[in-house]
Design a protein around this ligand. Structure first.
Ligand SMILES: [Ca+2]
Length: 333
């Protein structure tokens, strides 16, 4: 965590674009969020660019949604969620907010004259979005510190969520049958001057089953061999797809919720309750059409006859997740 907020005692007036440069830590080089203290009334967008010493350079590595802030004397911490942005260890970047990119108002960025953070400094410009940010030196760079916090994590694969929780999304998968083998997987864009992955797009996943009624395998892995069903899925980009399963059970209505049957609620109205089956599994996915055999096993165990839901979710190389795709199936004897 980079924290340059100590002693912030002043606010800018009228600056549309303002932020702080940072030096990316050697190992924790994945920027997850950053925040700025804003003391004005404004609608701003968070941005991340590589910094060449006098101006932003290269393409926008992160460009967030418009966010609103209401004036407070000492500033309100406005958090910008990059969704996970892998940056070059030791590289210099500008993390800032702006009204120039569709926003409005005067953000009143908080800053101070001290130097609580050695790895960077306050930066600001009146330049127009994108075009002038990367072609003209910024009017303000140095001597001050902007009240910025930035959270970096280790980008190692072990940090990639594996989706072991129960997905609760309600996204309805579209299409059925065998997806056509579409398109050539695209080559990732060549690294810019920063070499950073500028991934701001969530993967999109659709799925379908060749058979929604099948027998579960007595042994072996979740995917392979002869029993079970084919799971077809189409991913908009390469990455991993994680799967979890819910079993349909009968519960009892308590208020608006369907809870497990107990002595106390046994006489309540019956309802359908979906309970997560222990375990999950992840398969690598290429961009486009994919197919795997699901054998009706999860967490090392055979699913008992009953009705189930199979949830799938794509996770790309930078940890961005698709909506959850849901398919019903039935295990028979
Ligand atoms: Ca500094």
């Amino acid at each position: 965590m980079i924290d340059a907020t100590a002693g912030h005692d002043n606010s800018t007036g009228g600056w549309p674009t303002w932020g702080e440069t940072v030096t990316v830590p050697a190992t924790d080089s994945r920027l997850t969020t950053f925040s700025l203290l804003l003391a004005g009334d404004a609608t701003v967008r968070g941005e991340v660019y590589a910094w060449d010493g006098t101006k932003a350079t290269g393409p926008a590595l992160y460009e967030g949604p418009l966010q609103s802030v209401t004036a407070t004397p000492n500033g309100t911490e406005v958090v910008f969620d990059t969704g996970g942005l892998n940056l070059t260890p030791g590289g210099h970047y500008a993390l800032f907010a702006t009204t120039r990119n569709g926003g409005s108002g005067d953000p009143g960025f908080r800053f101070q004259g001290g130097d609580p953070y050695a790895g960077g400094y306050a930066v600001g410009t009146y330049g127009a979005a994108s075009a002038e940010w990367t072609t003209q030196n910024w009017e303000f760079a140095g001597a001050y510190e902007t009240a910025l916090k930035a959270t970096f994590v280790n980008p190692s694969p072990t940090d990639t969520p594996t989706g072991s929780g129960t997905p609760t999304g309600s996204g309805t998968p579209t299409g059925s049958g065998t997806p056509p083998a579409t398109g050539t997987p695209t080559t990732p864009p060549a690294g810019g001057p920063t070499g950073a992955a500028a991934d701001k797009i969530k993967p999109v996943l659709t799925s379908s089953l060749s058979s929604s009624v099948f027998q579960a395998a007595g042994a072996g892995p979740e995917f392979a061999s002869k029993v079970g069903t084919n799971v077809y899925f189409t991913a908009s980009e390469a990455g991993n797809v994680s799967f979890t399963v819910d079993r349909r059970t009968q519960g009892r209505k308590v208020g608006t919720k369907c809870t497990a049957k107990t002595k106390a609620n046994a006489k309540n109205k019956r309802c359908t309750r979906w309970v997560k089956v222990k375990g999950s599994f992840t398969v690598p996915a290429k961009q486009g059409a994919n197919k795997v055999k699901f054998r009706g096993r999860i967490g090392g165990k055979k699913l008992t006859p009953g009705r189930y839901r199979l949830y799938s979710q794509a996770i790309d190389s930078t940890g961005m997740k698709s909506k959850v795709s849901r398919k019903r199936f039935k295990i028979v004897r």
